[in-house]
Design a protein around this ligand. Structure first.
Ligand code: TPP
Ligand code: SF4
Ligand code: MG
Length: 299
């Protein structure tokens, strides 16, 4: 069996001198979000993370679904693909497999990611697709004017649940971990500097990186406001061990407080693209050896 089928884990990104300014990543299209929307903070964090990485705009693709949050690619000079509701992951997968050199950042809402796109989310996670996925989680459907979403809390009152929803919310971090994601983080758009740093880490991570980002909708969600998250959210303790899945699970479960930062990270796993490339480059023997190595890893 060949010694080295998988590409070695990506080394930590060396400190780069940014060659671009934030202005280079702006499309010139003025964001159409309501005043005070949390998604402005996410957009700023995306610009700053790309600047920190020093990427040329033409080397980056922002992929989104449908929703207020999914408009984000319009406001960037990078390539962008505003797809179909819930189909952020299939399109990101196709782009990444067709051209693994492209830097693919996926961005969408909680409805897009966990309702109509929930099945795709799980499969992208278990394949360890090498994509960083920032979910702008406002616990509501903003674009369609305020319906209950998969992350709305029990009792949440909207037009679709006038007596309050009886359904328990999806916990995005636990869903990601249970599905096999190898980088699982939570952020808050009211802390865009920290979010930008997390996006850089998510991009640098080899494999599926999700950053569930509280991004308030002041127009339709009067409960989960900036103040609500400021009061509830704290940074992870310094001694948090992100390699300990049980510790990560417990802290993802916590509601008082809720934790911000990288809860879980598994290094060194091969990505979906690497599996595909290795299996399809070379001989039948090589493909068989790749499968043998995969089985060894997960046995
Ligand atoms: C197949 C399909 N079903 C439903 C819709 C209607 N629709 C558009 S956006 C959306 C939900 C958006 O919520 P979310 O993803 O949380 O994004 P937000 O607007 O809150 O940022 C829905 C149900 C659609 N466009 N396409
Ligand atoms: S409806 Fe809500 S999510 Fe949509 S732009 Fe307005 S504040 Fe933002
Ligand atoms: Mg939403």
């Amino acid at each position: 069996m060949p010694d080295q089928i998988f590409t070695p884990a990506t080394p930590a990104t060396p400190a780069t001198t940014p060659q671009h300014s934030v202005e280079d990543y702006k499309s010139g299209v003025k964001p159409t979000w309501c005043p005070g929307c949390g998604d402005f903070g996410v957009l700023n964090a995306v610009y700053n993370s790309l600047r920190a990485k020093g990427y040329a705009p033409q080397d980056v693709v922002l992929v989104s679904g449908i929703g207020c949050s999914s408009r984000l690619p319009f406001f960037s000079s990078t390539y962008g693909f505003h797809t179909v509701h819930g189909r952020t992951m299939p399109i990101a997968t196709g782009i990444k497999v067709a051209n693994p050199e492209l830097k693919v950042l996926a961005l969408s809402g909680d409805g897009d990611a966990f309702a109509i796109g929930g099945g795709h989310f799980i499969h992208a996670a278990r394949r360890n697709l090498d994509v960083c996925y920032v979910i702008m989680d406002n616990s509501i459907y903003g674009l369609t004017k305020g319906q209950t979403s998969p992350t709305s809390m029990v009792g949440f009152v909207t037009k679709t649940t006038p007596k309050g929803t009886p359904d328990r919310p999806v916990n995005p971090l636990q869903l990601a971990m249970a599905s096999g994601a190898t980088f699982v983080a939570r952020a808050f758009s009211g802390k865009p500097k920290e979010l930008a740093e997390l996006i850089v880490q998510g991009i640098d991570h080899k494999g599926f990186a999700i950053i569930d980002t509280y991004s308030p909708c002041p127009t339709f969600n009067k409960v989960n406001t900036f103040k609500y998250y400021r009061d509830q959210a704290v940074d992870l303790p310094r001694d948090h061990d992100a390699s300990d899945v049980m510790q990560a699970w417990a802290r993802a479960q916590s509601t008082d407080p809720v934790y911000l930062g990288v809860l879980y990270r598994a290094e060194g796993e091969a990505s979906f693209e690497e599996h595909i490339q290795a299996a399809h480059s070379g001989t039948e023997e090589n493909a068989a050896a790749v499968m043998e190595q995969i089985l060894e890893r997960y046995s």
